[in-house]
Design a protein around this ligand. Structure first.
Ligand SMILES: NC(=O)c1ccc[n+]([C@@H]2O[C@H](COP(=O)([O-])OP(=O)(O)OC[C@H]3O[C@@H](n4cnc5c(N)ncnc54)[C@H](O)[C@@H]3O)[C@@H](O)[C@H]2O)c1
Length: 321
């Protein structure tokens, strides 16, 4: 027999559920729709110290140019010293304040030691963009142990080490913004990309968990988290593309992606799919469709990468690397 107290507890729970579905949820939908038409003022990045990983090439390089043009002090990290120096020199030549460091983001000791140098020479990082990543693509059983570990080390573990270095100051100062590059492969399982998908799903979990922890820890929390889920971007990372309707799922221009990341960070958006409308397809495939319908969508609207392995072996790269 339930006690009066227990019955009251359950009635309260039921009332909360009814309140949520009948009042709160419709209210938040209406508020979100209204917000779509209201112009929110973006935050300025002038004088902020932004650390971007992977500034030697692709999206990272373009982010460095964008943030610098908007008045931020740029700290660029990349394992490729030559390309990274080019980016930093380009910024310095146009009179901007920029600092480049050769870092393997997968190496925790290197990350922590270089972070210390940055803190001493430049100052506290206030915007962190975890962008560096790699994407070998071939069937799961053809991935070697070394390769799987490398994907996880660069695409996921690096985020932990870089956050370990810079998040404490952001928390202490209650000021900062962390941006992470996930991918559509962090929302959908994709053929030839099993370890990459696992790494990008992990980034999503890491960022969602951090957001929730900071939100609950401090009701006045001002440290923000933005996760970006781009579809294919034309940087050279996505090779051997196999897409049925490129009009629907085009290869995105890296300049467009960098601009959208900047816009999303300065507008404090939390989750950003690029292009935005791809969200609808993802919802259809992952949440609202029975499996048969989801498979139909995958089969008829193919958005895959073919294996890079034959090409690699032809070019002299061993399968065992
Ligand atoms: N290009 C795409 O289609 C696409 C789509 C979705 C998500 N993304 C993600 O966006 C991010 C950037 O992708 P991109 O297309 O600009 O890649 P890119 O290959 O053009 O550039 C990546 C940069 O990261 C650097 N890097 C690689 N390993 C590193 C390491 N261990 N330490 C430090 N630097 C390292 C490289 O030297 C390079 O300069 C990645 O995380 C990627 O997974 C890319």
């Amino acid at each position: 027999m339930a006690t009066t107290e227990e019955i009251l507890h359950h009635v309260k729970g039921l009332a909360k559920i009814l309140f949520f579905f009948l009042i709160f949820l419709p209210y938040t939908y209406i508020e979100s729709i209204v917000n779509l038409f209201l112009k929110k003022e973006p935050k300025s990045v002038k004088g902020e110290i932004v650390l971007i990983t992977g500034t030697g090439h692709g999206i990272g390089k373009l982010l460095a140019l964008k943030y610098s043009a908007e008045g931020a002090i740029v700290v660029g990290w990349d394992i490729n010293e030559e390309l990274n120096n080019k980016t930093i020199q380009e910024l310095k030549r146009s009179g901007k304040q920029a600092y480049g460091y050769k870092v393997d983001v997968a190496n925790r000791e290197e990350v922590l030691a270089t972070a210390k140098k940055v803190q001493e020479m430049v100052g506290e990082v206030t915007i962190l963009i975890n962008n560096a990543g790699i994407m070998p693509h071939h069937p799961f059983l053809d991935h070697t142990e070394k390769e799987i570990r490398k994907i996880m080390d660069i695409n996921v573990m690096a985020h932990f080490w870089i956050l370990e270095a810079f998040l404490p100051a952001m928390k202490r100062n209650n000021h900062g913004h962390v941006v992470a590059l996930s991918s559509m492969a962090g929302i959908l399982g994709l053929v030839n990309l099993v370890p990459y998908c696992a790494s990008k799903f992990a980034v999503r979990g890491l960022m969602e968990g951090l957001h929730e922890e900071f939100r609950l820890d401090n009701p006045c929390n001002k440290v923000r988290f933005t996760t970006v889920y781009p579809f294919m971007v034309d940087t050279g990372l996505c090779k051997f593309v196999d897409v049925t309707y490129p009009v629907v799922t085009p290869m995105l221009k890296p300049e467009f992606v960098a601009d959208k990341i900047f816009e999303s960070q300065t507008l404090e958006k939390r989750n950003v799919a690029l292009p935005g409308y791809i969200n609808l397809a993802v919802m259809l495939k992952t949440s609202f469709s029975p499996e048969k319908a989801a498979n139909f969508l995958s089969d008829k609207f193919k958005c895959n990468l073919a294996s890079d392995l034959d090409r690699h072996t032809k070019n002299g790269h061993s399968k065992n690397n």
